[in-house]
Design a protein around this ligand. Sequence first.
Ligand SMILES: [Zn+2]
Ligand SMILES: [Zn+2]
Length: 414
Amino acid sequence: MKIKCLGGFREVGKNAVLIESKENVLFDYGMEVDTGKLPLPVKKVDMIVLSHAHLDHSGYCPVIYKKFKPPIYSTIATFELSHLLLKDSIKIAKFKGLPKHFRKNDLKKMKKYEVITTYGQKIEGENFSLDVFDAGHIPGSTAQLLEIENKRILYVCDFNVNTTRLLNGARIDAKDVDVLILENTYAKKEHPQREETEKKFFETVQGTIANEGVAVIPCFAVGRSAEVLMILNSFKPDFPIYLDGMSKTATEITLSYPEFLRDAEALRRALENVTEVWKGEERKRLVKEPCAIVSSSGMLEGGPSVSYVKYLYNHPESSIIFTGFLIPRTAGRRLVETGRFVTEGFDLKIKMSIHKFDLSAHSGRSDLFNFVNKINPEKVICLHGDYCEDFAKELKEKDFDAIAPKNGDIIDID
Ligand SMILES: [Zn+2]
Ligand SMILES: [Zn+2]
């Protein structure tokens, strides 16, 4: 058996791992979100296992259906959210002039081959079995244990062991694991204490409003927008909150599958206190009064969050409040690093105050070590991080057989 590293190794983006065995199993086939780059190509695919809806995992699954017709396994929430993001990615590619790697038609083809799984389920195929676990990362996210040719391969990418407002922490109890394929996003960083972070986040929003400003909160449409609304609502806000962009539909889809949520009722209550923005012309009007705006995209790469920053960039009383990991080379990351908002045709010096809070949906550094200890696998393959090599080295020092391969590497499993 061989494991082919197709993408997402020593980087965050275009995640794809191929297990070459009796059946060729593809874990994710994602997109490099900022450049639209593809993972390495595949020659044969018998099945796809999709971990979750984020585009760095789902982004190029439809490309596979140009040539092959494999079943694709994931939860209903992941499929629904993926379709939302994938359709949008076609529009974004057009807008940015990025190469088109698939069309709506390929997405429709993929839909025919979707096999719905759920947490706690075991799927038995002729040559394999697949256990599905709750990864605690975004609604519908999974980790999977693939057993094939007497090898047990656990794919965990992405996951969060910590309970958040929206989701339960990951519940992955796999035993006798031969190979653990593990995300490393926060290999170098511990998350700050969540309660304290939520409090400071709310105080920053409230402070902006007390200053007669507008708090723009760019959020990932999927998961993060709902989480942020729930946090805001828990502090009983006395100011208007708006929800805009794809965050609206993503949050509605999220709420329509309460079985994947920790507290669907709290999300429903939070949404009752929110005004959705459906018309472009409303945006100009609502930024004239102090308020909080939760909107996609989270990294200021398109979506109404970009329009709000363009309206308000010259207003020092207003603020931009980021809440999670900012992928290198995105407009959001550059803004935090340079104070300038550089995007299609614009280069603006931002006078708004810029804040960044860690409301991450990924496991932190010690969570990663604890998880490896708990699973105690024969081998660890590190991916999805900027410090995979360092993390593998640290695991080795703790006597784990850990590696951090590059994209294109092929690992023999015997
Ligand atoms: Zn993710
Ligand atoms: Zn990811």
